[in-house]
Write a protein that binds this ligand. Sequence first.
Ligand SMILES: NC(=O)c1ccc[n+]([C@@H]2O[C@H](COP(=O)([O-])OP(=O)(O)OC[C@H]3O[C@@H](n4cnc5c(N)ncnc54)[C@H](OP(=O)(O)O)[C@@H]3O)[C@@H](O)[C@H]2O)c1
Length: 259
Amino acid sequence: MIPNLESPAVTTPHTPSPSASPVPPTATAGGSVLVIGSGGGLGAAMVLALQADARYSQVLGLSRSSSPALDYADEATLAASAQWVAQQCAGAALRTIIVATGYLHSEGACPERSWSQLDAAYLQRVMLVNAIGPALVIKHFAPLLTRERSSCMAMISAKVGSIGDNALGGWYGYRASKAALNQIVKTASIEMTRRSKLSVCVALHPGTVATALSEPFSKTGLTVRTPQVAAQELLRVVHHLQPAQTGGFYDYQGQELPW
Ligand SMILES: NC(=O)c1ccc[n+]([C@@H]2O[C@H](COP(=O)([O-])OP(=O)(O)OC[C@H]3O[C@@H](n4cnc5c(N)ncnc54)[C@H](OP(=O)(O)O)[C@@H]3O)[C@@H](O)[C@H]2O)c1
């Protein structure tokens, strides 16, 4: 049995903290938003949705085919891209970063159904794209987020990365890489709060979305949403997150997920 992209939820409804500000942290207008992975199915839809949103005065996107290009296989491209973003945001503070990169399968490389299929090269790639790359994004880009007002770093994770929710097994590498990402997000959220009490750093589960990543696995009677719908739903969650929710793992409806 292999997991589907949206295994049954063990969810805890989010109850807003009584001390949380009544004003959503990123609801005010102006400033910049950056989407990393802007060439992907979900990332491209997020860029389009943000461009149509008056909340920001500038929408920036980075991918392996943008200029400058950003490729997790080469940390120098992250350093150079961060420099470029700092220049672009000189007059429009960077308020939100969305990391929509990810890897599940490629030509000849598929998620494992059994331990007998574990493969070092696949494990290295899935860890690079889903965990190491986003960690390096935090290193190079988190220092660019404004401290003058509320800010958000949202990493697209996956519910199959939840250890508590793992009832089906399979997909060793993808599950482990997203679990590692979730731990990186939690750890970074603590450091980000020390830097700014108005910051939010979270992992988000997008649900099953019709993209190249899900295409081989999404024909099993699941509810598959378009990237456009998923982007709108995820952005609604991002824009209503409170600093008290930092370090959490939420789905596209804002429900908290188990680690
Ligand atoms: N689709 C779903 O049903 C689903 C379900 C759960 C979670 N997710 C998560 O949602 C996120 C977005 O996925 P998607 O469905 O939009 O997949 P996608 O269309 O395949 O997009 C993947 C993105 O990852 C980028 N990427 C891959 N390798 C990279 C590398 N070495 N360096 C930098 N960027 C790299 C790609 O960049 P290029 O544009 O340069 O190729 C692309 O932007 C991922 O984190 C995925 O795990 C998706």
